[in-house]
Design a protein around this ligand. Sequence first.
Ligand code: DC
Length: 227
Amino acid sequence: MGGAVPVITVDGPSGAGKGTIAHLLADKLGWHLLDSGALYRVTGQACLIEGVDWDDHAGVAEVARRLDVTFTPAPSGEILVAYRGEDVSAAIRTEEGGRGASTVAAIPAVREALLERQRELRRPPGLVADGRDMGTVVFADAPLKFFLTASARERAQRRYKQLIAKGESVSLPRLLQDIEERDARDASRDVSPLVPAEDAIVIDSTATPIAEVLRQVWDTVKEKGLI
Ligand code: DC
């Protein structure tokens, strides 16, 4: 598995800023980036496209095993996600996309099917891996692990602002309820529940601007001698 290739894991609940931090960190280091949540989101979306019910565990696992997904960087810096050549970038980022991802991610055979696909991305010069179980399961031997968190209320407010900026009409109490339900589902499942790795550095960003979080992360990367 290329043990010499360094991995930095960034785990945490949705809306804690891990996507932003992982992206900025990978850019700054010139390393590869794994957005593992996108794999679960595409699996949920692929089920909708293929007419497979999210509760049909064997069917969903089969979809995950055969998942024909591509990630293409766009000039804007965004990553375009396609399933069987069809652009699903916007569809997987909706609230329904998040619910689907969280539902299919609780199926052990789905996690098993996506495991090797994630490990294959560990390539030189290094990998920044964003998810829920990057530091506990997928890259348990990573030399540096972060766990980013923030209060559910703060995460709901961040999501609310993002959606309003996109022109979507949303309700803040409904978003908070969704986030709390998703947290509970992600943290209570039997396989790879959302918990910090024992050796993870936990950063609470509730009252900390993202630029300050990045500074803390970057200082640690330097202290660890990873650059
Ligand atoms: O990071 P995200 O919000 O895009 O993830 C969407 C869902 O996928 C999340 O609710 C839980 C699941 N997930 C997971 O179980 N394991 C991962 N490594 C990444 C995401």
